[in-house]
Design a protein around this ligand. Structure first.
Ligand SMILES: Cc1cc2nc3c(=O)[nH]c(=O)nc-3n(C[C@H](O)[C@H](O)[C@H](O)COP(=O)(O)O)c2cc1C
Ligand code: SF4
Length: 519
């Protein structure tokens, strides 16, 4: 039998040269008259080892990485196809500590299976959740989901069961399921990894959501910067239709669920759920007033379940393993796992799926290995561009929604962007305000005008022009934006600004931050 070699086709791996490595392996195998079965997978999420090349052995897969095309002849000489030793070898991939110490529930298949093989998906517990859900009433599905304690992974941590129940209880001939795959937060890539590495799990989760509220149509709103995810999702959807996992009469059940992919409009605000719905309807991405909530009046004014990719991809396991399964992981009201994403100035950047409750320090050092420059880590922005900057003194905070809220920070979509001690935090605060000014949808004054004034005020602070007065003005402006903005963009941008000022006052030329009356 031909040896099997696995190389990722995930766009992160491709950007690091995975395609050239795959071509080199095929060419070198030809030179050696060696048949090789090449399987293209998603990524294991260890981007510091990509392009990662894995070989199937009786013990499991042996990993080599990061491999460049020029390493390939040497790998053949070292008989890597028979697990021969080579300086790039890491032994069994699953035993690499970075992967071994994770709790991969949502990402169990990512990097392992061929994302477009329905056979691979079915052989690894795929569609077990749908099979079980097809035997349940909508009420029972919502009840089981509520019992699992699942909270939305898109940022706000809102209980998914409550959202689904609201949509279930709102009578309507037509209802929708919408997946938010806009993934606009800086330093986040878990949605993309699932869509490229295990698209059927998202399709299955959305189908179960459709069954729950009797929605016959769903849309995946994918950011335009994700062409690979767009292509893979469309191919997977076609396969699912071909095998009656989508369409009319799902697996002979008499139930219907249609699914389509839509490209995003390329703006950060289109990730906010009401702006996303506007954009999906073909309009400019502007925030809608709430109420009504999308679960009551969403897409085209109909009751709509709108969830993030990871939230929906977390659903199948709840219905295949039972609602108690997820509850065994996590702390307090943050149950289950979160795929954390490490990026920025970090030695081992990548995806770490762990139960809520792990500390930032464990994530940064045990997994991340410290900064890539070798300098001390000074600040970490958790939760995307609206998240707070955390100083070293807060690295022991457990990563859970409530613990983060207590320190006026956000867990968001689980992205952590790392900075060493060369960072200038006043510049980062300015960058946050500038980002808000650029991305503001313009509907409310505190954000539209406030963000531009905020940039000007921070510039004056940096230039030491009337510094004390301008710092007080900045505090007042942040207070107004926090309390007066219509949505989370203007309402949360004070988090990075104020945390930078509060924890790193020296970068603003402030000796004693307690003298400032900050909100
Ligand atoms: C400015 C802004 C941008 C957002 N961007 C995203 C995004 O890119 N992806 C996402 O899933 N949620 C995003 N959200 C959160 C969504 O509005 C919404 O809460 C989420 O999609 C609901 O899904 P969930 O309950 O499964 O988390 C954003 C929110 C705000 C205020
Ligand atoms: S806070 Fe900003 S993005 Fe949100 S509605 Fe107001 S102007 Fe639009």
């Amino acid at each position: 039998m031909s040896p099997t070699v696995y190389i990722s086709r995930d766009s992160g791996a491709l950007s690091l040269g995975a395609e050239a490595v795959a071509t080199a392996v095929t060419a070198e195998a030809g030179k050696h008259d060696q048949n090789v079965r090449l399987v293209r997978t998603g990524s294991r999420g260890m981007y510091w080892l990509e392009p990662l090349l894995e070989v199937e052995t009786s013990e499991g897969r042996i990993g080599y990485g990061p491999v460049s095309p020029s390493d390939v002849p040497g790998l053949f000489e070292s008989r890597f196809l028979e697990a021969g030793s080579h300086p790039l070898g890491h032994g069994l991939t699953e035993s690499i500590p970075y992967l071994k110490s994770q709790e991969r529930l949502t990402f169990s298949r990512v990097g392992v299976i061929d994302p477009l093989s329905l056979e691979d998906y079915l052989a690894s517990d795929g569609y077990q959740g749908l099979k079980n859900a097809l035997t349940l009433s909508g009420e029972q599905i919502v009840k089981d989901l509520t019992e699992s304690g699942l909270r939305g992974r898109g940022g706000a941590g809102f209980p998914t069961g409550i959202k689904w129940k609201t949509a279930l209880d709102t009578p309507s001939e037509q209802k929708y399921v919408v997946c938010n795959a806009d993934e606009g937060d800086s330093g986040t890539f878990s949605d993309r990894m699932v869509m490229e590495g295990d698209p059927f799990v998202l399709i299955e989760g959305m189908t179960i959501a459709g069954l729950a509220i009797n929605a016959t149509r769903g849309y995946i709103y994918v950011r335009s910067e994700y062409p690979h995810a767009y292509r893979i999702l469309n191919q997977a959807i076609e396969k699912a239709y071909g095998s009656h996992y989508l369409g009319e009469d799902l697996r002979g059940s008499g139930r219907t669920f249609h699914l389509e992919v839509r490209r995003g409009a390329g703006s950060y605000i289109c990730g906010e759920e009401t702006a996303l719905l506007e954009s999906l309807e073909g309009k400019r991405g502007m925030i809608r007033y709430r109420p009504p909530l999308p679960a009551v009046s969403g897409l085209f004014g109909k009751p709509t379940i709108l969830n993030n990719v990871i939230s929906l991809a977390s659903v199948p396991v709840i219905f295949s393993k039972g609602s108690a399964f997820d509850k065994n992981f996590g702390v307090g009201r943050s149950r289950g796992t979160l795929p954390f994403q490490l990026s920025g100035n970090i030695k081992r950047g990548g995806l770490v799926e762990k139960a809520f409750g792990i500390t930032l320090r464990e994530l940064l050092y045990d997994f991340g290995g410290g900064s890539s420059t070798g300098r001390p880590i000074r600040a970490v922005q958790v939760g995307g561009p609206l998240g707070a900057y955390l100083p070293e003194s807060q690295f022991d905070t457990p990563l859970d929604y409530e613990a983060f809220a207590k320190i006026r920070a956000l867990l968001g979509h689980g992205g952590a962007v790392v900075f060493d001690d060369t960072v200038d935090m006043a510049r980062m605060a300015r960058f946050a305000m500038e980002f808000c000014a650029l991305e503001s949808c313009g509907k409310c004054t505190p954000c539209r005008i406030g963000s531009t004034r905020g940039v000007e005020v921070i510039d004056k602070v940096i230039q030491n022009l009337n510094r004390d007065d301008n710092l007080q003005l900045l505090g007042d402006l942040c207070d107004l934006m926090l309390n007066g903005s219509l949505c989370g963009l203007g309402g949360l941008i004070p988090y990075p600004v104020l945390s930078a000022l509060r924890h790193f006052p020296e970068d603003f030329g402030v000796a004693d931050v307690s003298k400032l009356n900050l909100p």
